[in-house]
Design a protein around this ligand. Structure first.
Ligand code: FE2
Length: 426
């Protein structure tokens, strides 16, 4: 007797399989006989492991327009606006906004999120708020927190001390922002310092690295070297890496093998990178995205991150990782069928590897967390940004949507034209 049986779904690799769930784990796959307390018919639908977002800022989310909108649309005005907002936002306000976002995420099948939390202010209210959010959503979302010195590790008097305080409070991952330090040398020193901290504390590290159009911003080189020196491997990630789009090709031909040798992973954030980068250009105007396909060709794990939803840096967003992958597919020109399928894996399997999630997948014994999509395969899910028909987190159905308001696509497949957000009960 199973608790939940999902019948006849199509897995991302095209296999048709039942999935039987007992407690919080997958108990059987393939053709499953037996009774269950609840049965969901997923015939013709895509059944995928849940979406994963390895790069987000939950302390700032859903604050768009506070204290006013970002008029220039630049990264630097966003940082400045956030600097004002973090001083007036209360812990309760940040918790409330983050919990609303987690409802949206859960309803979209996004069940694991790595969020950077700003450790710049000495009050550390954002850290306090996000630790509480992590505790409250633990039953249905895996939240990983990064101690992120938004204004630089060395640019403020207490920048370094506050990162360590946040880690002592229970934040999971070491963060940094070398391109925002005062000098290139101080940026490089911040990486040597932070990688040492990560190694000594046996923590993961995720660096906002070279989020600039300046091709001479080469901190990723130092990051890769320090990751290799300390043997951090895939426990280390470089986020954004946008300057690589404008680096000299000869230099990149040396850089990519160094990144691959280190084993570190990469997290571009296409919605934000295409929006914020290239703002100083006239024409030709740069796309702002790092070298995704080239890194993958070197065996480097690359995932798509979302970064922002309705905050000082980005005025849109729905917690839908299919939107993120859809934008990434376009900007990186990943239009071959294998590349489109890869884009889906980037917001599922590859992101799970980046976050180091245990028990992620659809095998026997994995956590019974999955999403049923109104699509026949991953590429169709991307094309339609398909409806999430049901979301299961650790054995519990936490969201359901109707196959509503449909029209016929050219292929004759019902195509959802509206999506709603319905969060789980806490
Ligand atoms: Fe970020």
């Amino acid at each position: 007797m199973f608790d939940l049986l999902i019948k006849g779904g199509t897995l991302p690799d095209g296999t048709v399989s039942d999935i039987a769930i007992a407690g919080d784990r997958i108990a059987a796959t393939g053709r499953v006989e037996g009774d269950a307390s609840e049965v969901i018919d997923a015939t013709g639908d895509l059944v995928s492991p849940p979406f994963v977002d390895p790069h987000f800022h939950m302390d700032a989310t859903l604050s768009y327009g506070l204290p006013r909108v970002n008029a220039s649309g630049t990264l630097l005005e966003g940082i400045s606006l956030w600097g004002e907002l973090r001083e007036i936002a209360t812990v309760d306000e940040m918790i409330a906004r983050a919990l609303t976002y987690c409802d949206w995420a859960a309803s979209m099948g996004l069940l694991a999120i790595r969020t950077h939390v700003d450790t710049t202010p000495d009050h550390l209210r954002g850290v306090e708020a996000m630790l509480e959010v992590k505790r409250r959503v633990a039953g249905y979302i895996d939240l990983q927190l990064v101690a992120f010195p938004q204004d630089g590790l060395y640019r403020t008097a207490t920048g370094r001390a506050n990162v360590l305080r946040a880690l002592d409070m229970g934040v999971d991952v070491v963060g940094g922002i070398p391109h925002f330090e005062r000098t290139m040398e101080e940026g490089a020193e911040s990486l040597r310092d932070l990688c040492r901290v990560a190694a000594e504390r046996a923590l993961r590290i995720d660096i906002h690295c070279d989020e600039t159009d300046d091709p001479m911003s080469r901190h990723v080189e130092t990051l890769a070297r320090e990751v290799t020196r300390h043997g951090l491997g895939s426990r280390a990630a470089g986020s954004h890496l946008t300057s690589m789009h404008s680096m000299d090709n000869y230099y990149v031909s040396k850089l990519l093998p160094l990144i691959a040798e280190s084993g570190m992973t990469a997290i571009p954030n296409p919605l934000i990178n295409i929006t914020l980068q290239g703002r100083h250009d006239t024409y030709p105007k740069r796309r702002g995205l790092t070298r995704v396909k080239e890194m993958q060709a070197h065996g480097i794990t690359v995932g798509w991150g979302q970064d922002c939803v309705l905050d000082p840096w980005y005025s849109l967003g729905t917690a839908d990782m299919l939107d993120v992958a859809f934008m990434g597919l376009h900007v990186a020109q990943m239009t071959h069928p294998e590349e489109m399928a890869r884009c889906f894996r980037m917001v599922t399997e590859d992101n799970a590897r980046i976050m180091g999630l245990e028990g992620y997948g659809l095998k026997n014994g994995d956590f019974a967390s999955l999403v049923i999509l109104d699509a026949g395969n991953p590429t169709e899910a991307l094309r339609l940004r398909a409806e999430r028909l049901a979301v299961v987190s650790k054995g519990k159905v936490i969201a359901r949507h109707n196959r509503n308001d449909t029209c016929l696509s050219l292929a004759g497949r019902p195509e959802s034209v509206r999506r709603r957000h319905e969060g789980p009960e806490r």
